[in-house]
Design a protein around this ligand. Structure first.
Ligand SMILES: Nc1ncnc2c1ncn2[C@@H]1O[C@H](COP(=O)(O)OP(=O)(O)OP(=O)(O)O)[C@@H](O)[C@H]1O
Length: 577
């Protein structure tokens, strides 16, 4: 685990070495200061006042040098930590992208966020405090003992043994500490995830009267977290107490031994004074290491979470290299005998489905809730692949698995009624995914999506900040921005996912017009959760229990009086009741 942590720290090794060098310099200053003060005492005893004053001035000058070195050590350590965190965040983010949305769906979003934020932050203290401190403590400790050995070898031996004993205490308690830290971090991740659910869910929870129950659950996880953090703090205090005890015991024993040697005439008074100052300094590396030890321990569960995330395998392998058959042109997409089962589910969500989305036509998929409509869209987006050996999806004859994900995704745009707007300007939200688009391209897309007029009426027009923490837009306005975004992306294949809740939005003339314009000249798959919007589709597929019940143009299906006709009749009945 430590090796993996040191591996994470590699991008910061330059500034880390600088920080260690400065840290060793700080320790050297302490030793030199003690020696200069001893010299001052020796000169004073010989009534050499000038010599004593010079030695004191030297000790004072060292205080200034030490302050400079501490500053350099902190700056270098912070720089190292920043480099390490930036590198790690980038690696984690890139890896999350390759894992795709399926990973985040399986994990709790709050827990993934905690790994990205808190676990990476925990490495900050490991890199900036613990790692340099280990080297500084070992080098500094050895240096001080070596100087002590020149003055009084028995005292040096005594100090070395007690310092090693003091340093061993945290190591003896480390398994217990690690276990408590794991509990602490697990509790923290759970609490973060619960809070995220609580923040994102209140209206839905209130609607079913579940907010009270949720509040109890939240307070229970907060209480669990409090207890685990208390246990961790307690064990930290116990171990710090033991280190402090050994340090005090070591210093007292060293001074006692030196005093005894003085009494028996084996040591001068100046040497006793040097022992007094240096033996105290000899325990500084241990106590500093102890303080840093906590920072190092906190990184262990963080490292585990990071490694877990980095080790997660993508749900779909991105190994295809075949280029799309015809870039730019609307593709002909076929689902050939496709079966897909969600992990851990017994029944397939989509069962031996064969459908063709003819180029430049609109195919709508309808069916009762849970029939597998959204799953078809997910398979088309390659958020998942058909069960092995159970069918294939191809575009113009090329199996989607043979193309790279990036190639395939640039050919698809999705417009769903749950529009994702991030915190940023209207301009940036439309340009999302097309970084090279200029203001004219963006305005053209917005005009075609009937969004230009409402955008120019906003306080700062295209520069108005919207999305999370920004200006709130109506459902229809958000929808038109999504359409502008899709128009700008100009992908030849379009997935329209119509959520049940947005009847009013779909009824907005401007949205209907904009959608019609978007559909022109593209291959379109409409996931229709309602039937009212599918009458103008070229082709209609009725899914029930993951299977194709019937497929034909809508008029033909209505005339046949089959599953589709029954669905329409049922919906009409529902509307008149
Ligand atoms: N992430 C998932 N893990 C496990 N099972 C899932 C998952 N998502 C959907 N399912 C199951 O797969 C089946 C098909 O779901 P799907 O969302 O495709 O239906 P749908 O027709 O789009 O429904 P709706 O109209 O209600 O959105 C359902 O039985 C559903 O419970």
């Amino acid at each position: 685990m430590l090796i993996s942590l040191i591996h994470h720290a590699r991008p910061g090794r330059g500034p880390l070495l600088a920080s260690v060098a400065a840290g060793v310099g700080v320790s050297a200053c302490y030793v030199a200061q003690s020696l200069l003060l001893t010299l001052a005492v020796a000169r004073g005893l010989r009534e050499d006042l000038t010599g004593a004053v010079w030695a004191c001035c030297g000790a004072l000058a060292l205080v200034a040098v030490r302050a400079l070195l501490i500053w350099a050590r902190e700056v270098a350590a912070a720089r190292a930590a920043e480099r390490v965190k930036t590198d790690l965040r980038l690696r984690l983010y890139r890896h999350l992208l390759t894992l795709g949305p399926a990973h985040v769906t399986r994990q709790r979003t709050g827990a993934v966020l905690t790994t990205l934020q808190d676990s990476v932050e925990a490495l900050d203290r490991f890199v900036s405090i613990f790692l340099p401190q280990v080297l500084v403590s070992v080098l500094g400790g050895l240096g001080i003992v070596a100087v002590l050995a020149l003055i009084d070898p028995p005292v040096a031996l005594l100090v070395a043994v007690t310092a090693v004993l003091a340093a061993a205490v945290p190591r003896l308690l480390r398994h217990r500490m690690r276990q408590m830290l794991m509990d602490f971090m697990r509790g923290w991740r759970g609490l973060s995830a619960d809070y995220l659910d609580a923040v994102q869910g209140p209206p839905a929870l209130k609607a079913v009267g579940a907010d009270g129950h949720f509040g109890t659950r939240l307070s229970r996880s907060a209480w669990d977290f409090y207890r685990s953090s208390l246990r961790f703090t307690q064990i930290g205090t116990i171990s710090a107490g033991f280190v402090g005890f050994f340090a005090a015991l070591g210093t007292a024993a060293a001074v006692g031994l030196a005093a005894w040697q003085y009494a028996s005439g084996d040591l001068s008074v100046t040497a006793v004074f040097a022992v007094l100052l240096l033996s105290r300094e000899a325990f500084r590396p241990v106590t500093e290491l102890m303080a840093a030890f906590h920072a190092g321990q906190a990184a262990l569960p963080a490292d585990e979470a990071i490694r877990e995330l980095l080790a997660a395998k993508p749900v779909v392998p991105d190994t295809g290299t075949t280029p799309p058959a015809r870039t730019g042109a609307p593709p002909r997409v076929t689902f050939d005998d496709v079966t897909y089962t969600y992990p851990g589910q017994g029944q397939p969500a989509v069962d031996r489905v064969t459908i063709t989305l003819e180029a430049s036509t609109t195919t709508a998929v309808v069916g009762p809730s849970g029939a597998g409509k959204s799953t078809l869209a997910r398979l088309l987006l390659r958020f998942a692949d058909p069960d092995p050996g159970n069918g294939r999806i191809s575009a113009d004859g090329v199996d989607l698995r043979h193309m790279s994900l990036a190639d395939w995704h640039t050919r698809i745009a999705v417009v769903s009624q749950e529009v994702f707007l991030f915190h940023g300007t209207v301009h940036d939200n439309i340009a999302f995914g097309r970084a090279d688009a200029g203001p004219q391209d963006i305005e053209k897309a917005a005009r075609a999506a009937h969004a230009h007029d409402f955008i120019t009426a906003l306080p700062d027009g295209y520069d108005t900040v919207i999305g999370e923490r920004g200006l709130r837009l109506s459902g229809g306005q958000r929808q038109r921005l999504a359409i502008a975004r899709a128009l700008l992306a100009d992908a030849p294949l379009l997935i329209l996912d119509e959520a049940t809740s947005s009847v009013d939005i779909a009824a907005e003339r401007a949205v209907v017009d904009a959608l019609d314009r978007l559909r022109e000249g593209r291959t379109v798959l409409v996931i229709a959760h309602r039937l009212s919007t599918v009458a103008d589709a070229d082709h209609l597929v009725v899914l029930t229990d993951g299977r194709v019940a019937e497929a034909a143009p809508p008029d033909q299906l209505l005339a046949q009086g089959g599953a589709y006709a029954r669905l329409v009749a049922r919906q009409r009945e529902g509307a008149t009741r």
